[in-house]
Design a protein. Sequence first.
Length: 290
Amino acid sequence: MDDLKLMNAAGMCKTLDDVGRFCAAPVTEVNLGSVTVLPRQGNSGNTFWIDDATGASLNALGLPNPGLEWYRAEMPGIAERVHAAGKRLRVSVAGFSVEDYRVLIDGLSAFDIDTVEINLSCPNVWDGADQKPVFALDPDLTRRICRQAGEIAPRRIALAVKLAPSDPMLLKRLAGIMVESGRVGEVVAVNTVPNAFAFDDSGRQAMGGNGLAGLGGRPLKPVALGHVKQLRTLLPARISIVGVGGVFEGRDVFDYINAGAAGVQVGTACYAYGAGVFQDIVAGFLDAAA
């Protein structure tokens, strides 16, 4: 348990109140963000849905957050609070261009942050009828962003990259880019499966807007485990892997570790049931380990 990385997934911690809740939870890292250059309201209508019976979830939050300048103003206090609680501070950043990532990483580099998580995988941002591209599905853009991040971020800040679900050949190319960068020390696998759709119990579409959203929760776990398993064979030992997708209990943590992960992030369970879910996950993990 001492070496296990346990944290919330990106998107679960945006405000000072959120930071306080996660500081009180049995996590090893508090994952703040994702932070964008400009403030974002996120998508309208219902942006999260969970089927409690199956643990399947849909989310289309759309990266709501108060923007880089707000986080820069609050970061000294956030860092102090997180570190006083004995946690590491991770900040997830999400851009809409290569330049955005430069601005974000440069703007956060002066603060006492332990890890910057480069979110290349959010599938839920729309401009009218047009869906924004997922950077992690474009090897050339991924290479440019990772190279740029390595040049900008000071050595004291670790770099992690969050990937989207992809096919085996693309995953192999992306793993090569992580190695080639020389600075990426962790890969987070994976974000939600894009453009899923569901009806709720009343027969209405579960989500707002056009109803399309990222699929997470328990159905994502086998997909994420498969990515962790593949990445562990593709990456050198110096690059760790954090699994995310369908972590609800201690057994799920064991499954990710057995697949090759050094830790896990919790998204759906955390968003649906609050930061207190980590108490149950840790208790279940320790019981299973006894």
